[in-house]
Design a protein around this ligand. Sequence first.
Ligand code: MD6
Ligand code: FE
Length: 147
Amino acid sequence: MDQHVRSMEHKPRQYQMLSKMIAQTANSTASEFPQINPDICIVNYYTNFGKLGLHQDKDESESSLTKGLPFISISIGDTAEFLFGNTRDKDQATKINLESGDVLILGGESRLLFHGVSHVKTDTAPSWLKEETGIRPGRINLTFRQY
Ligand code: MD6
Ligand code: FE
């Protein structure tokens, strides 16, 4: 029991380290993505009917937003169609697929882009992921950010 509790305690730190490493890699390829010390992780689970309207993520501190500190999004499971653009108008938005294992970083000038998920594509998760983890149908999205 004690060991179980301890290992659970370590999980958030491992995720925090993973997101820091992603931020470091992004910073070394594009310096407009400043290094972050993530202190927030939001986990969303989308069923195959799940969607998320176009929005801006701007609940972080003014200093974090002014500096353009990136947020990092990791997708797991079924593929999502992800929209982004300069306005809330979904007809003008660019569409990309976010597949399981994809990492998306919005930072610097792109930090306040409108973005959302139009739909999740049924049964598109890698078969090895389903077999090894028993993951439910749908999509998990983790976003890391610094308040
Ligand atoms: C995504 N998620 O699921 C995009 N924003 O690919 C978000 O934009 C998001 O998951 C704010 C809070 C949680 C999120
Ligand atoms: Fe968002």
